[in-house]
Design a protein around this ligand. Sequence first.
Ligand code: RIB
Length: 299
Amino acid sequence: MANIGVVGSISMDYVVSADRPVKIGQTIYGQDFKMNFGGKGANQAVAAAKLGGRVTMIGAVGLDQIGQSLINNLESYGIDCSSVKKVANQGSGAAVISLIDGDNSIIYVPGANQALGANDILALKLVFSKFDMILVQNETPEATVSQLIHLASLIKVPIIYNPAPARKFALDLLAKVNYITPNETEFVSIFETQNYEDVLSHYPNKILVTLGHQGVVYYDGHQLVQVPAYPVAEVVDTTGAGDTFNGALAVALSGGRNLHSAIQLANLAASLSIQKFGAQGGIPSLTELKASQHYSAID
Ligand code: RIB
């Protein structure tokens, strides 16, 4: 079992389903409202745990009832939360999500997630050194993410950087991450071009661009490779598909799969995740993944 450390956000998702987007100044009727466990970091931790990783979560929640329920949820998947900070002066992170025809738009309010500082990362150096893989996203302060990437490189623990939501970062950090997993929008905002080949060819086997139903593209040292997504009968909720992809990728790579096969497995996990409601509601277990008709065709 691989040891995976996930540094990132732990939030409550407030999800409204409606039949159309609301315009400024308009009031419309929604169809449903639910509170779901979410946060990109927490979703990735749950995905890694459900798919067979031994997972430690590093993040921060508010010292309140919601904070405790966020931790209880992670612990119910066997995730070690002993390094999650409880912050007295901030509420837990929140995401207001509108879900229209299975597609989401999100307003993220960091709250306590902001309290995970660069110093917290340094203080956990010994904890980080026991990991086989580290995963991080952008719902955590920039200085914290940057400190983590420097530390991971120093202690030689591989790191996957999921740059979501998009934000600029010093490109020298790219040299220190093992994998970076932007979606199309994040790719353009980081590299300021839509020409994948131009950029990817400088970073073989490192930049994996996730393209939704078109799969994932990366450069293997010789050519661009597109790893197709799996067909889905009905898309129920795309929230957290990228997180499932990243959590599964971490498990697959640290379990010894090659990059191509790890992407196939992560694509399959993501395709299963969007067939159920909620960021974490559709994340498949290892048993569910293996039961898929597509599993046996993975390299
Ligand atoms: O990636 C999906 C997640 O991002 C949601 O669970 C929500 O918390 C958001 O910020």
